[in-house]
Design a protein around this ligand. Structure first.
Ligand code: MEV
Length: 415
């Protein structure tokens, strides 16, 4: 295993040199990572409307991740201090086994809403009876994903009695292979809607994917040994977990902590974090109450076992994953070969992030760590450079007086 111990203490150049060697990046790729303008305006202007610039976020890497026996360096884009350190710490404490992960096939769901249905029950039966024919029609050779082995795999109907009358909704189950699949799913929905109109005499309204990606989930599991984290941390995490399992207000925050890790990787790899967020929170609330996305229990040996399962609609092709130069490098750094593999890394990061948050919250609290980072940020904002940053931060922490005016004062004395 490559040693990333003390990685945070290295200079940017040294960190990049390590990543270059680990991920086999070229000199040009390192230049892209160093560039202040990696996403050029021309590309940005093609990505969105009315572009006037680009918006940057810090990009870091979480270290110590061993996933299914393979070491990973995980790129994370986030504005929040402590997130990357916490993910790395959770992963370190799970060594040497690390995380065991898995995922389902990349099946996304598309929905076609049919309104003014003359006879919903009869129409549903007819659609199901013609399922084979419809699927064949959908998966013509030039349809999205078909040449890669994807396409429409199944369909179902649901009837709803609504204040606006009966509605019939056709669910398409579409294998999106290595794409997130929004475009493919929407294409299939729009392509098949006229067929359903003909079959039912109804009118098709919405034809769109569902972000509640229940058929495309990723899972991760890890065991944290009592000799490594201590019995008090295990009891603390179990108490924290049961709190979230009992109380939706806590579950929402618990899951926010999970998403701190998940989103950072989703963003770094150029994926749609709103889609992943929407799916995760709907999944957490599937029982009718918001529940934690992670679960913990004590093993027979008295160690702590944690697991996570959540929808993970991410891809490696299409969208910003291919157009954003840093996202492309993030995927390369991860060395993942399929969307499923990427989804599993993200699940592992979500679990590690949550474990680290619960460990800190249920034992010493998170404010000390936060204050250290906050003090450093305040020192930098006041103009501290190099070694001054830590010196001034430490002084302010010692004085319990972390304010920009104090940092400026201290800086004045030092100059
Ligand atoms: C802060 O961004 C995330 C936490 O609130 C998560 C949690 O409470 O579990 C620390």
């Amino acid at each position: 295993m490559t040693s990333f111990s003390g990685f945070y203490k290295l200079s940017r150049k040294e960190r990049l040199a390590k990543i270059k060697e680990f991920a086999g990046l070229s000199d040009d790729e390192i230049k892209t990572l160093e560039s202040a303008d990696a996403l050029g305006f021309e590309t940005a202007d093609r990505m969105v409307e009315n572009a006037i610039g680009t918006f940057q976020l810090p990009l870091g890497v979480a270290v110590n991740f061993v996933i299914n026996g393979q070491e990973k360096v995980v790129p994370m884009a986030t504005e929040e201090p402590s997130v990357i350190a916490a993910a790395s710490n959770g992963a370190k404490l799970a060594l040497p086994e690390g995380f065991k992960t898995g995922s389902t096939d990349p099946i996304m769901i598309g929905q076609i809403q049919l309104v003014n249905v003359p006879d919903a029950r009869k129409s549903a039966k007819e659609i199901i009876a013609k399922k084979g024919e419809i699927i064949k029609l959908a998966n013509r050779p030039d349809a999205p994903m078909v040449k890669y082995g994807g396409g429409v795999k199944d369909l179902e109907c649901k009837e709803y009695d609504t204040p606006r009358g009966k509605m019939l909704v056709v669910y398409l189950f579409i294998d999106c292979r290595d794409a997130m699949g929004a475009n493919a799913v929407n294409t299939f929905c729009e392509m098949l809607a006229p067929e359903f109109e003909k079959l039912t005499g109804a009118k098709a309204r919405l034809r769109i994917l569902s972000n509640f990606a229940t058929q495309r989930v990723a899972r991760a599991r890890a065991v944290w040994k009592k000799e490594v984290i201590g019995e008090d941390a295990i009891e603390g995490i179990l108490d924290a977990y049961e709190f979230a399992a009992a109380d939706a207000y806590r579950a929402a925050t618990h899951n926010k902590g999970v998403m701190n890790g998940v989103d950072a990787v989703v963003i770094a790899t150029g994926n749609d974090w709103r889609a992943v967020e929407a799916g995760a929170h709907a999944y957490a609330s599937m029982s009718g109450r918001c529940l934690p996305l992670t679960r913990y229990k004590k093993t027979r040996q008295g160690d702590l076992e944690g697991e996570i399962e959540l929808p993970m609609a991410v891809g490696l092709v299409g969208g910003a994953t291919k157009t954003h130069p840093v996202a492309k490098l993030a995927v390369k750094m991860l060395g993942v070969k399929s969307a499923g593999e990427l989804s599993q890394v993200i699940a592992a990061v979500g679990l590690s992030q949550n474990f680290a948050a619960l460990k800190a919250l249920s034992t010493e609290g998170i404010q000390r760590g936060h204050m250290e980072l906050h003090a450093r940020n305040v020192a930098v904002a006041a103009g501290a450079k190099g070694k001054q940053v830590d010196e001034i931060a430490e002084k302010m922490i010692g004085e319990k007086n972390i304010r920009q005016e104090r940092a400026t004062e201290l800086l004045g004395k030092k100059n």
